[in-house]
Design a protein around this ligand. Sequence first.
Ligand code: BDR
Ligand code: CA
Length: 312
Amino acid sequence: PRKIIIDTDPGQDDAAAIMLTLGSPNELDVLGVTCVAGNVPLPLTQKNARIVCEWSGKPDTKVYAGCDRPMKRPLVTAEHVHGKTGLDGPDPLPEPQMTLQDQHGVDFIIEALRSEPAGTVTVCTLGPLTNIGTAFNKAPDIIERVQEIVMMGGAYFEVGNITPAAEFNIYVDPEAADIVFKSGIPITVMPLDVTHKALTTKSRVAAFRELGTTAGIALAEMLDFFERFDVEKYGSEGGPLHDPCTVAYLLKPELFSGRHVNVQIETQSELTLGMTVADYWGVTDHPPNAMFMQDIDADGFFELLTERVARL
Ligand code: BDR
Ligand code: CA
């Protein structure tokens, strides 16, 4: 199996991504789950990650707490989408029994990349890029050892969900995103253009509930809560299930298509802070640095997710 580190800020859609990973042990070997402040503050994201591992029947998963705020800015959170706990839905939310690892998430990332053979570890990011940017600053030698980064973040034509110009994960820590996009590592991005096509419709959520398992029911309850934001605000058919698109790409890349383009991050302008400026039409001669996905086979994606959650 492919070795991966999951960097996350759970978040109901992060939870779905963790479940998809843990349900795919033949393909993915999770070295660790590193948590970051994002949707909610770090004390909640690290706790939520452990709850999800327990729902998944994988309490041996190593969960680490990383950075509690962006590299250069105050933290912006998204309780308006994810609820006060970050994982609203299942009521009550259980207290996790499994322990948090002592090591700082950033130190774990550095150590894992140094101790595994170079080019064998994929980093999958589901939140602001603070842990990754910090690790690259602290230990630049690890950069060339990363096999690939698969990221949920940014947007082409769907532009922004936290400001008119920016997607949440990039907006929260644009300096960290800038470091990552300048790293030279192969990057595959799942932007809003993809994730807004992966909607949690009634029948898709029902399929999780009908699994009748702890993980399936918890996922359905989380998504019932999660979808209300988009359904109420935009009248859409369901909520956009952003984060598991990254893991689905690692399992079944044929579900996605996109363009290899140059992407730069806006770190200065107040108006467009955190914008992913993607050279879609090749109007510059800046070399491509990211595979920016655009399309998804949404039915295939939900089939895969249901099948893997069923294995937990
Ligand atoms: C991203 O922001 C978070 O709210 C979600 O978990 C996802 O990672 C979508 O913009
Ligand atoms: Ca997330």
